[in-house]
Design a protein around this ligand. Structure first.
Ligand code: HEC
Ligand code: HEC
Ligand code: HEC
Ligand code: HEC
Ligand code: HEC
Length: 297
């Protein structure tokens, strides 16, 4: 062989082998990068919509609640996209002739739904359910970002398996009181903004709550919630009718209903609150939450 291939060609082969390796690694890295790139995951993209609907205007500007339009988010696996009727509730009066709303008027006239382009779209082999997440203390903004600040809707997170697993391995860091689910600006408790929680009933007569009650207002400073009756009570509140004056007179001679003053635990750190809620919400251990058949059934 030495006659045909001299020493230099030998090192040439070696060089090309090295080059080949470098290219292979390069391709691998690029593919991996592409797989995670926004181009594949659609993260951050604003797809074309028939109507440039703005959450910023309707949520932040007009103060509409998410549930007003996404009615089934607490009850079913789908949050749902509102029917044209929901828009017409207002847009029969407001912006009635705007070109932007022509597809909405057309839909209303022809009884055919507006065809919105999906912003989030998991593959069919993945099982996802809104109601369980929302009822176990995961807020909309944890997964969808600041929707209330989006003039056009986009996907804030990758929705890749690793993203789901990252939370399923340790949900505590993202758990909040269910009362704060729609709170877009929620940042978790801090010493400046503590959270108080109790798992005892907060109103007389209610059965022991299965779910925990939390508040962002100091329950000690607020005092018992039913101790003041400023508004005259109507006939629909018969239990209070007999002693309307008990709070304003302050004489102490009238027997007021005994307010329940449950024991509240104060939280100033997400870590503590998360651990507490993990127990209260009966969240399954990570081993179960990350098992393949949780999401691939
Ligand atoms: C006035 C009705 C209305 C309100 C209120 C509203 N939405 Fe929407 N939402 C829509 C419409 C219409 C779409 C479909 C068009 C789009 O994607 O922008 C949509 C789309 C979305 C999407 C993307 C859906 C997809 O295709 O993947 C998310 C996520 C969402 N909304 C979350 C929220 C959250 C969170 C709130 C409360 C902060 C909220 N919405 C309040 C009407 C509303
Ligand atoms: C509660 C009343 C209300 C509902 C429900 C409502 N809108 Fe609006 N919408 C408004 C008002 C008020 C404005 C004007 C906002 C402004 O100019 O600041 C507006 C503005 C708009 C605009 C003009 C661009 C903009 O955002 O300013 C579009 C497009 C629009 N709405 C689409 C929709 C669609 C689609 C729906 C149904 C999913 C809907 N709206 C539901 C009250 C409503
Ligand atoms: C744990 C993460 C998570 C939370 C919390 C969450 N979502 Fe979603 N949402 C998703 C995913 C994932 C999809 C895509 C589902 C699919 O493609 O099947 C989605 C889709 C949507 C859609 C599109 C329509 C649908 O039902 O698929 C809307 C609207 C929506 N979410 C609104 C909300 C609102 C409002 C809240 C808060 C009450 C919320 N989401 C809370 C992850 C979440
Ligand atoms: C921010 C945290 C978080 C993210 C992100 C998240 N999950 Fe969850 N998921 C939870 C929690 C908390 C539960 C409730 C566990 C329990 O009750 O034991 C849950 C439960 C589930 C369940 C169980 C439903 C049932 O009925 O048994 C499924 C399925 C699921 N998640 C799928 C997903 C998928 C798919 C994604 C990604 C697209 C995702 N989750 C993203 C926190 C999260
Ligand atoms: C918390 C939910 C969740 C769990 C648990 C989970 N997956 Fe997934 N898986 C997903 C989601 C979401 C996707 C879709 C990712 C995408 O579209 O990029 C996915 C995609 C996949 C894919 C397609 C290839 C890919 O990466 O996109 C395979 C294969 C897969 N999962 C296998 C598994 C196996 C094996 C397990 C158990 C070790 C598992 N998954 C556990 C949510 C989950």
């Amino acid at each position: 062989m030495a006659q045909i291939f001299d020493r230099s060609s030998n090192s040439l082969t070696r060089l090309s082998l090295v080059l080949y390796g470098v290219i292979l690694i390069g391709v691998g890295v690029t593919l991996n990068y592409l797989q995670r790139s926004p181009w594949v995951t659609r993260q951050g993209q604003r797809p074309d919509q028939p109507v440039p609907f703005s959450h910023k205007h309707h949520v932040q500007g007009l103060g509409l609640q998410c549930q007003y339009c996404h009615t089934s988010v607490e009850k079913s696996s789908y949050a749902g996209i509102p029917p044209t009727k929901t828009c017409i509730n207002c847009h029969a009066q407001i912006w009635t002739n705007a070109d932007l709303l022509a597809p909405v008027r057309h839909s209303w006239a022809t009884n055919q739904s507006v065809v919105w382009t999906k912003v989030h779209d998991l593959p069919d082999f993945v099982y996802f359910n809104h109601s369980i997440h929302v009822n176990k203390g995961i807020g909309c903004s944890t997964c969808h970002g600041r929707i209330d600040e989006m003039p056009l809707t986009y996907q804030a997170n990758t929705l890749q398996m690793e993203w789901c697993l990252n939370c399923h391995r340790n949900p505590a860091k993202n758990l909040r009181p269910t009362s704060e689910i729609y709170q877009m600006a929620w940042e978790g408790p801090s010493s400046l903004h503590p959270v108080w929680c109790t798992n005892q009933p907060t109103t007389p007569g209610t059965p022991t709550a299965q779910l925990v009650n939390c508040t962002t207002h100091d329950p000690d400073k607020e005092g018992p919630q039913i101790a003041t009756l400023e508004e005259p009570l109507g006939p629909e509140s018969p239990t209070f009718n007999d002693n309307r004056l008990w709070s304003s007179s302050g004489s102490g001679s009238v027997h007021a209903p005994v307010p329940v003053n449950p024991h509240y635990v104060k939280f100033t750190q997400q870590e503590e609150l998360g651990k507490y809620l993990l127990v209260q919400y009966h969240i399954r251990p990570p081993r179960q939450l990350t098992s393949c058949d949780t999401c691939h059934r």
